[in-house]
Design a protein around this ligand. Structure first.
Ligand SMILES: NC(=O)c1ccc[n+]([C@@H]2O[C@H](COP(=O)([O-])OP(=O)(O)OC[C@H]3O[C@@H](n4cnc5c(N)ncnc54)[C@H](OP(=O)(O)O)[C@@H]3O)[C@@H](O)[C@H]2O)c1
Length: 336
């Protein structure tokens, strides 16, 4: 008669032991990973890192950060002003060059300069960072030219720049670091931005497999919302207003007279709540991808990326669709 409670308490004890065992194994694994990820590559002064889009935002900060750490930074800038500002704020090791990633001649010219700079050592890393955020709007507001203009920078630019320096990267058994976005995993708004970032993810994944046999690592950064020019609410609102103004009257009627105002409110509220001004969270991940002996395949900097966007990206489609539809400005002609 006494054996039933005795068996139950044995089962409880075994469950508890199993739980403690699992927690201990997980804790050991985290500690092991933490130590492994602390190690950085040696001889930074012999390693050249080419970064695109260094005029502002993450690219500008990364160039200065890697320069301070002792890397030979080759900062690709879009404007002369960007080059001047960076030169003033960095050591003699840092070289600036002009590159427009949408112009193959400019990309090839930059690659030739880099070839001459790095010599037999090859190029340690390229960071495909240059990107734009507009035009962005509901898809039926846009033309194919709107799509092409952004895909040219955010996707074709990434591919062109990578191909232009790939032989140099292979020579150094170096790295390609691609800056995608959480919106390379989820597509909650219309227009070319998410399309371009999904494309970057696809390019990144096939490149990683193709280059693994050559000892080249391909790493992807997927930031959440951060305060840079791309997330400037005034620029985003101006872009929306410009696109609205050119719409035919029947499309304006579909959306209704309040749509634009509601969209502005949405942009300012959401961006205020979500954008993080600590850009070093992203730059720290970029630095790890470039400099760690054991970099991660993917980095998702930002609390919104970790706790909102990534979990949502693993949800069934009907859950994400209803979440995004519920949180979008109301369309006058909506049948939902
Ligand atoms: N901020 C975010 O919340 C966020 C989130 C996820 C992913 N990202 C990605 O992070 C990357 C960096 O963006 P950011 O946030 O740092 O914004 P940013 O400050 O606007 O930086 C983008 C850089 O790209 C340059 N650029 C634009 N068109 C170019 C072209 N045709 N050729 C060469 N360079 C060009 C810009 O130059 P100008 O300044 O002279 O125009 C600027 O220096 C982008 O790929 C973006 O999609 C940003």
């Amino acid at each position: 008669m006494e054996s039933a409670p005795f068996l139950a308490s044995c089962a409880h004890r075994e469950l508890l032991e199993m739980f403690v065992y699992i927690v201990a194994v997980l804790a050991l694994w985290f500690v092991h990973r933490w130590f492994k990820e602390l190690k950085r590559v040696a001889n930074k002064g012999d390693k050249h890192v080419y970064i695109t889009g260094c005029d502002s935002g993450f690219g500008h900060l990364l160039a200065k950060h890697l320069d301070k750490l002792g890397f030979c930074v080759i900062a690709g800038c879009y404007t002369e002003k960007g080059e001047d500002e960076l030169k003033k704020a960095s050591s003699d090791r840092l070289t600036t060059l002009h590159v427009d990633v949408t112009d193959s001649a400019s990309v090839a010219q930059a690659a030739a300069l880099i070839d001459a700079l790095v010599g037999q050592k090859g190029l340690w890393a390229v960071v495909n960072n240059a990107g734009i955020g507009v035009p962005s709007a509901p898809t039926d507001w846009l033309t194919i030219e709107d799509f092409k203009s952004m895909l040219d920078v955010n996707l074709m630019g990434v591919i062109d720049v990578t191909l232009s320096v790939l032989p140099l990267i292979k020579k150094a058994r170096g790295r390609v670091v691609n800056v995608a976005s959480v919106f390379g995993r989820l597509s909650p708004f219309g227009g070319p931005y998410c399309v371009s970032k999904y494309g970057v993810e696809a390019f990144n994944d096939s490149l990683r497999l193709n280059l693994a046999p050559f000892g080249v690592k391909v790493l992807c950064i997927e930031p959440g919302f951060f305060k840079t020019n791309i997330t400037n609410t005034e620029a985003l609102e101006n872009n929306l207003m410009k696109l609205w103004d050119r719409l035919p009257q029947d499309v304006k009627d579909d959306y209704g007279p309040d749509f634009l105002e509601c969209s502005f409110k949405e942009i300012s509220q959401k961006f205020k709540a979500l954008t993080d001004s600590d850009l070093m969270k992203v730059v720290g991940c970029m630095e790890h991808a470039v400099a760690a002996i054991h970099p991660r395949t993917r980095y998702s900097p930002g609390w919104d990326a970790k706790f909102i966007w990534l979990p949502l990206s693993y949800m069934p489609t009907f859950v994400t669709d209803s979440f995004f539809l519920k949180n979008s400005p109301r369309i006058k002609a909506s049948v939902l």
